[in-house]
Design a protein around this ligand. Structure first.
Ligand SMILES: [Zn+2]
Length: 426
């Protein structure tokens, strides 16, 4: 039994503040007590300290918040971030597919996986739902690197039998390789598996049906894909499925819309499609920097809220332009402004933490620093830059948090802790 404690200003938003006004937990002088990587107490220092007289807490200067949870990111695209000039389908052809082909090489996959996970930690992201490539070995590389860092990472081999010739699997290998990877990795350490068809257009009907079979056969895995990102993509999906009323029908008919499904983007949705998401208990990853970068459109958070759809934030690197979920919260604010809505800074933090955990079905484990949850947390520095220091001096909590979201990035992440252990220092 290892008991450690941390004394800091602590902020957590374990439930959606849009639903419950008392969701915000703020301890200006707080104490977090961790036993074997799990939170056993969280509260005001003055209240809790007498219960642990023998404990000398580490004093952390800054704002302690739960680690960020990135609900949609592609590790093989790390080196293709900031690739100029295309929208989705052309961007994939020109910039992404050639880069992903290199992940047939295990040594290359290992090198990028290590860099990628360290970059997550540098940005305060402690958990993520991650696209690998079509290659089985790309998943092995990522999971091995995540296991050695004790990170809660969910990933899976990409299914894409209609992909370009260099990145094509078959319905048969999609099944056999996914089964082998689930057997090898699901539930090891803090790892989880996601059946990962790239999107409707890159899989045959036969392969989408196999994806549905795999999800049904493994009640502990997720389903992770993209939906309704780009108007050209949506038109192509309806071209292939002329009897579909909306893009979502193409997934639905193969059993891919359910409570363990997470769809990145969901920008071009109507009431019927969003209603089906809510009814199925499926989740959305809202990826504002990616949607702006590729010119895909403006996600409508209020629309998702209206149908009670679980939503988390995603960086979607390499189309996303930052690994930082602080920056992503700032860009989410701007997208909401373009939609005529105001995103509250505490709700933005919720989306980047407990909201993401809920979208991934991990609310019991991560996202809120509640008793019994895993102690993944970060220390934010509201004075990380001269401008931030000036802007946040003497400011209220809401003001400091918002300034961090608009002005902050990896520079504002002073430390990252995984299961109570220091994993990164700026
Ligand atoms: Zn993506």
């Amino acid at each position: 039994m290892t008991l450690t404690a941390f004394r800091a200003e602590i902020l957590t938003v374990p439930t959606d503040p849009a639903q419950s006004p008392d969701a915000i937990q703020h301890y200006p002088d707080g104490l977090l007590v961790v036993e074997d990587g799990v939170v056993i107490a969280l509260g005001h220092y003055a209240d809790l300290a007498p219960r642990y007289p023998d404990l000398a807490p580490e004093i952390l200067p800054g704002l302690l918040v739960p680690g960020f949870i990135d609900t949609h990111i592609h590790y093989p695209q790390t080196e293709r971030i900031a690739a100029h000039g295309e929208q989705l389908l052309q961007w994939l052809e020109t910039h992404i597919f050639p880069a992903e082909a290199a992940f047939a090489d295990r040594a290359h996959a290992d090198a990028i996986a290590a860099f990628f996970l360290d970059e997550l930690l540098r940005n305060g992201t402690t958990s993520a739902l991650v696209f690998a490539t079509v290659h089985e070995t790309s998943v092995d590389a990522l999971f091995e690197a995540a296991l050695s860092r004790n990170m809660r990472i969910i990933s899976g081999k990409v299914l894409m039998d209609l992909g370009p010739p260099t990145l094509r699997d078959t319905p048969e290998t999609a099944r056999s390789e996914t089964e082998a990877l689930i057997a090898r990795w699901q539930g090891r350490g803090r790892l989880g598996y996601a059946v990962t068809p790239r999107f409707v257009l890159t899989s045959s009907d036969a392969q989408l049906a196999i994806a549905g079979d795999l999800v049904a056969a493994h009640p502990d895995v997720l389903m992770h894909t993209h939906m309704a990102e780009n108007p050209g993509e949506c038109a192509a999906v309806l071209g292939r499925f002329p009897d579909a009323r909306h893009y979502i029908d193409a997934y639905d008919r193969f059993g891919l819309v359910g409570p363990r499904s997470l769809f990145a983007h969901c920008i071009h949705m109507d009431d019927g499609a969003m209603g089906r998401m809510g009814q199925a208990g499926a989740a959305i990853s809202f990826c504002p920097t990616s949607n702006l970068f590729l010119g895909s459109g403006l996600f409508d958070l209020a629309h998702a809220d209206r149908f009670g759809v679980k939503t988390g934030l995603g960086s979607d690197v390499g189309a996303g332009t930052s690994f930082s979920l602080l920056s992503t919260q700032g860009e989410a604010y701007k997208v909401c402004q373009m939609r005529g809505a105001v995103l509250d800074p505490f709700r933005a933090l919720y989306l980047a933490t407990a909201g993401g955990a809920r979208a991934l079905g991990l609310s019991d484990r991560i996202g809120g620093l509640q008793v019994g949850q895993e102690a993944d947390f970060i220390l934010l520095d509201p004075a990380a830059t001269p401008l931030l220091a000036r802007r946040t001096a003497g400011a209220s909590l809401a003001d400091r948090l918002f300034a961090l979201q608009i002005l902050g990035d990896d520079r504002a992440v002073a430390q990252t802790y995984i299961a109570g252990k220091l994993a990164h220092t700026r």
